[in-house]
Ligand binder design. Structure first.
Ligand SMILES: [Zn+2]
Length: 476
């Protein structure tokens, strides 16, 4: 494969990819309502000769953009949703919302969406130039940040014929890592009771708040009897109101139940339902489930991970000019000591104690463009992503490029502030090149693709993806 040519193909249309990333930042839409962002991406893909299928898997702003035909089929996973409440003006080193209370791109999904576009377009251009056969699909996946669009896509069966998935995420460091994540069910339990005067006629009331409290007590006892790695956390969505002298007739609690493997979550969830039913029985209330979202655990793939690492090294690292370094330094003024210490500890763990002197130098840089050593682990890291739901269908890889100042953490206003900067653009373009190189290699090298698929089959064992989302539940 001509890696240099792939890089050129991305660079040739750099302006388009940057514009699209900026337009998604400007739109800052959340969850499943991503009309402008999806329009921007679909228009660009259509102009580039892709066939667009909009509104897939029951989601208006989900899409599949396809180029080419036949096997192999390579799926690129694009996201473009923002986060609630993270509105922030551009290029500032203080927290100042653009629109008070509005959403903002605090996870850099504007760059994720545009890097994936860059990858898809470069693959197409390379196929055109070389006559390479196969299919590239851009999966436009809504609601990664709560809602799990990919879990709905998985339920709809649109991942079934894919041979490999390539996923990318902007970050403050550059690395390929094949690491599993925790599977999660996010489900709300709604209780309905009967209001009454809490002093004059308490015997007439049935308290939904009591039910939530008893449910939580029950789950807190359950903790003793589940696997070590399981995590259960809850938040009151509705505590029944502000008046203690009224028996609370409505209450709702949202649960996140996590474990390393999807079937483990499923079995813990059954027990949590029993506890909720018990709480309803004890209090004479009625219980109703409301699905928020689910994510499967990521099935890591070492073959794919090593491939991403190879192309990160061949195509990078990114070089920043003095202005961009100064820009990052300015932003870093808002980053606390604790964040820097955390990053230092991470880098030391990743590069190893033997390279402590190198890490000491690295941490002084405004943006860490060095490529972190590749790592593999099938033990789950304590987080979840709906990339997991795709990874149950085909070998999947995920990698990061540095788009942000060192120490910047995800889901922060600093991510939003720098989301349209030339520093972020450079990282995004680099991400697009690596995505394209991975995909082209998989299309050209049948042996490597089948090695990745053999590994995937081995890790899956007898497991098959059964969507845990009940049929009647619609994405919303
Ligand atoms: Zn994200």
């Amino acid at each position: 494969m001509n890696t240099k040519r792939i890089a050129e193909l991305v660079d040739d249309k750099k302006q388009l990819f940057e514009q699209v990333g900026d337009a998604i930042w400007d739109a800052s839409e959340v969850r499943f309502n991503l009309k402008k962002s999806a329009d921007t991406l679909c228009d660009a893909l259509k102009n580039e000769g892709f066939t667009i299928e909009r509104g897939v898997a029951d989601m208006d702003d989900a899409f599949i953009a396809t180029y080419g035909e036949g096997k192999p089929i390579i799926g690129l996973l694009g996201e473009y949703d923002a986060l609630e409440g993270l509105s922030q003006k551009c290029d500032m080193n203080v927290n100042e919302p653009r629109v008070e209370g509005a959403p903002g791109h605090g996870c850099g999904h504007n760059l994720l969406g545009s890097a994936t576009l860059a990858g898809a377009v470069a693959i197409k251009d390379y196929m055109k130039e070389t006559g390479l056969k196969g299919t590239v699909r851009y999966y436009g996946c809504p609601a990664e940040e709560g809602g799990s669009g990919k879990a709905f896509m998985a339920r709809a069966g649109i991942y079934k014929d894919v041979d490999a998935f390539v996923a990318y995420h902007p970050a403050d460091t550059t690395k390929a890592a094949a690491i599993s994540t925790l599977a999660v069910y996010q489900v709300a339990f709604k209780f309905k009771g009967k209001p009454a005067h809490a002093a004059a006629a308490p015997e007439m009331g049935r308290s939904a708040l009591d039910a939530v409290e008893l449910m939580n007590v029950g789950v807190n006892y359950l903790r003793e009897h589940v696997i070590q790695e399981a995590r259960m956390h809850y938040a009151y969505l509705n505590a029944g109101g502000k008046a203690p002298n009224v028996v609370q007739a409505d209450a709702e609690v949202l649960y996140y139940i996590r474990a390393p493997k999807l079937p483990q979550v499923a079995s813990i969830f059954e027990r949590v339902i029993d506890i909720a039913k018990g709480a309803a029985l004890m209090t004479g209330t009625e219980m109703e489930l409301r699905w928020d979202s689910i994510c499967a655990d990521i099935i890591p793939n070492d073959t794919m991970g090593r491939l991403a690492d190879k192309y990160l090294r061949e195509l990078g690292p990114v070089e920043l000019d003095e202005d961009e370094k100064a820009y990052a330094r300015k932003l870093q003024e808002s980053i606390g000591e604790a964040e820097m210490k955390r990053l230092y500890a991470q880098l030391l763990a990743q590069f190893g104690q033997d390279n402590a002197a190198e890490v000491d130098e690295m941490i002084k840089k405004p943006v860490i463009t060095d490529i972190i050593p590749y790592s593999f682990s099938d033990a789950a890291m304590p987080g979840s992503s709906d990339v997991g739901d795709a990874s149950w269908f085909a070998p999947t890889v995920m990698f990061n490029t540095a788009c942000f100042a060192a120490g910047t953490v995800g889901h922060s206003w600093q991510y939003v502030s720098a989301g349209k900067s030339s520093m972020a653009h450079k990282g995004m373009i680099y991400g697009g090149k690596v995505m394209a190189a991975i995909a082209v290699e998989l299309m050209e090298n049948a042996e490597l693709l089948s090695k990745a698929q053999e590994e995937y089959k081995k890790r899956m064992g007898n497991n098959v993806y059964v969507s845990p989302i009940p049929k009647e539940i619609k994405p919303r």
